[in-house]
Design a protein around this ligand. Structure first.
Ligand code: NAD
Ligand code: MG
Length: 387
């Protein structure tokens, strides 16, 4: 397999699961800047290739490989990520880069017909239909790693046609995406106004990279996930509801026509969906602690407060606008979150910036990658102007 973004939170969890399964061999790893960790991973997993996407770190990485007398080869061209994602010796690609930067390599894996373990939700949100048709046309199998979508994928097992891999949602009434509610679930509007990046990144249930942690705190993560679910399962946004479930034990649910509700439960640990994706259609050890329901606090579910967390409504609106709407939303969000992490704007400015960008950039049909890239670029410029 190839792991794109192996030094991140998902990347490290993936290697932890892989280390439990001697049949999986690691062909390539990638990192952007953390070459110290990448070199350690190369020493342990002995991949044939490694990619460092930020060229400023190439020399340091080469020195580290030499020091360790490693046989891993650094691939250092602009297309190296796409090369490993589509390499003929690779069966499975873990797409675990954060943000729009993950799009070209994820798409390369889809075009090469790989099993694609998709953590990088932003690529699917930007290019929804193009991405899923590329996978369909080239026989790639997308297994969602985002815990909610992985839960839905599991709950839709009987609705999936084994030969085509397509899901028949004819008997599905609705899908419930669960949301932990993030660190500010009970915060007042006044308290939200002055929260710091470190407070926003201190998620009560999940340990994740900083960008997705802020997305969870604003509930934009759920707005993005709603769009992700529409594209993955070919459902209209009206079929997807969000419920806040602070215990993060039920990862999502599928309501069927006959009144049956299937839910997937597990302790909040990303190694569960990662192991599912690696072993599918079998199962394997993930290292996650077993769920003990007798020791579990009561499970609660409540409707989200869209007034305090407007990002969720912005996500739904962008999906309903269609075309390049989700790509514009995603780009504006990436820029706004980065500005918040650098303390250039306040927490409550994030939805204001995204709303401003959405009303400024007209939606177009997302019929080519060039159109999507242009929408992404214009949205980033507009967001920076607002900041
Ligand atoms: P992270 O910040 O911990 O790691 C990001 C990885 O991407 C690192 O390996 C980094 O080297 C690489 N990277 C960063 N910028 C890059 C660039 N410009 N070009 C190439 N590589 C780059 O992020 P994460 O929390 O592991 O999240 C990764 C993806 O998985 C995101 O899309 C996120 O939404 C999704 N996801 C994460 C979790 C989680 O629990 N962490 C859960 C669900 C979905
Ligand atoms: Mg999720």
């Amino acid at each position: 397999m190839a792991i794109l973004g192996s030094t991140g939170s998902i990347g490290c969890n993936t290697l932890d699961v892989v280390s439990r399964c001697p049949e999986i061999s690691v062909f390539a790893l990638s990192a952007h800047t953390n070459v110290e960790l990448l070199a350690k991973q190369c020493a342990q997993f002995k991949p044939r290739f490694a990619v460092v996407t930020n060229p400023a770190f190439h020399d340091r990485f080469k020195a580290l490989l030499k020091e360790a007398d490693s046989d891993t080869v650094l691939l250092d061209t602009k297309n190296s990520l796409e090369e490993i994602a589509s390499h003929e010796l690779v069966d499975t690609v873990m797409a675990a880069i954060v943000g729009a930067a993950g799009l070209p390599s994820g798409l390369a894996a889809a075009n090469a017909g790989k099993r694609l373990l998709l953590a990088n939700k932003e690529s699917l949100i930007m290019s929804g239909q193009l991405f899923t048709s590329a996978a369909r046309d080239h026989g790639a199998e997308i297994i969602p790693i985002d815990s909610e979508h992985n839960a839905i994928f599991q709950c839709l097992a009987e609705a999936r046609d084994v030969d085509s891999g397509r899901t028949n949602t004819q008997f599905v009434k609705k899908i419930i995406l669960t949301a932990s509610g993030g660190p500010f679930l009970t915060a007042t509007q006044d308290e939200l106004a002055s929260v710091t990046p470190d407070q926003a990144c201190a998620h009560p249930k999940w340990s994740m990279g900083r960008k997705i942690s802020v997305d969870s705190a604003t509930l934009m993560n759920k707005g993005l996930e709603l769009i992700e679910a529409c594209f993955l399962f070919d459902l209209p946004s009206s079929a997807i509801e969000v419920l806040v479930h602070p215990q993060s034990i039920v990862h999502s649910m599928v309501y069927y026509q006959d009144g049956s509700v299937l839910a997937q439960m597990a302790n909040p640990d990303m190694r569960v969906p990662i192991a599912y994706g690696l072993a599918f259609p079998k199962r394997m050890e993930s290292g996650a602690e077993a769920l003990d329901l007798t020791q579990q606090e009561p499970l609660q579910f409540q409707h989200p407060d869209l007034l305090r967390f407007p990002c969720l409504a912005l996500g739904r609106a962008a999906m309903e606008a269609g075309g390049t709407g989700p790509a514009v939303l995603n780009a504006a969000n990436e820029v706004a979150v980065e500005a918040f992490l650098q303390e250039k704007v306040q927490f409550l400015d994030i939805p204001r910036i995204i709303d401003g960008v959405l009303s400024k950039i007209p939606c177009e049909a997302a019929s080519s990658l060039a159109i999507i890239r242009e929408a992404d670029k214009l949205a980033r410029i507009a967001a920076k102007e607002l900041i």
